[in-house]
Design a protein around this ligand. Structure first.
Ligand SMILES: Nc1ncnc2c1ncn2[C@@H]1O[C@H](COP(=O)(O)OP(=O)(O)OP(=O)(O)O)[C@@H](O)[C@H]1O
Ligand SMILES: [Mg+2]
Length: 243
């Protein structure tokens, strides 16, 4: 479903992604791990068209992103993936319900009733139906993140791109958010997750892909990559994160 071929990207003279080739199947959950600065966020942003790139191409379904036609299929590709960020990025001036209704109303032109019914159903699904009228400033981090997930789902994407969405949360709230992700996975949503939650990756991911210095150094089932890494870089990384 998603084919990344020979993707390369530089920021100035820094080579941030080096010839990345990676396929992700529909319904697959891929955990993206690796040391800080390795290119994980940049790769995720390329997948959503938030970053341009210099070489290679990304095919998502029938749509193509390449350096030459960055704009052509951008809209379709943005509809394909919802994105969730570490710092939530909710609209502070809108209620929980308003945050989730906003994109369907503005982008899809849905009437209020329809957008509201869908938003309520999604907020129920992430366990936030008791907070419809609250504003982001009144919520805990875990609650904000669950609203952000509902908001990303409101555009009916086929997949979610999640960039360290539990990193700013304390353990109990992490658990609530990870449980929502596991539920979405069971429903067949494609998930690409940058995460430092090794336990979660082991339990929920179908595949673990490790990026170091802009290159893929490992790609395989969690048990293989996490227990029997082939690369020295991954062994060193695991030693540091598993202390
Ligand atoms: N907008 C930018 N301009 C210049 N350099 C950038 C920009 N964004 C990222 N970089 C550089 O690209 C490299 C990869 O960054 P990226 O954010 O993708 O890493 P990461 O794997 O997500 O790291 P972390 O785990 O710390 O989030 C880093 O060296 C970073 O400094
Ligand atoms: Mg990052």
């Amino acid at each position: 479903m998603i084919c990344i071929s020979n993707l390369s990207k530089r920021f100035g003279d820094r080579h941030v992604l080096r010839d990345i080739t990676l396929s992700i199947n529909a319904g697959e959950t891929v955990a993206l791990l690796g040391p800080s600065g390795g290119g994980k966020s940049t790769l995720l942003r390329c997948l959503n068209g938030l970053n341009t790139f210099d070489r290679g191409e990304i095919r998502i379904g029938d749509h193509l992103l390449s350096p030459a036609n960055h704009r052509a299929d951008l809209k379709a590709i943005r509809r394909f993936f919802g994105m969730v960020f570490q710092d939530f990025q909710l609209f502070p001036h809108l209620s929980v319900l308003g945050n989730v209704m906003e994109a369907p109303r503005r982008v899809l032109g849905w009437p209020r009733d329809r957008a509201e019914a869908r938003a309520k159903a999604l907020l129920d699904r992430v366990g936030m139906s008791g907070h419809l009228a609250a504003y982001p400033g009144q919520l805990s981090g875990g609650q904000k993140q669950r609203v952000a997930i509902a908001r990303a789902l409101a555009m009916e994407p086929r997949g979610l791109l999640c960039d360290e969405i539990t990193s700013a949360l304390d353990p109990e709230m992490k658990y609530e958010v990870l449980r929502v992700l596991e539920d979405l996975k069971r429903d067949g949503l494609t998930l690409v997750l940058v995460t430092h939650e090794i336990g979660f990756a082991r339990r929920a991911a179908d595949r673990v892909v490790v990026l170091c210095d802009g290159a893929i150094v490992e790609d395989g089932p969690p048990a293989e990559v996490l227990d029997r890494p082939r690369s020295e870089r991954m062994r060193a990384f695991l030693q540091r994160v598993l202390v």
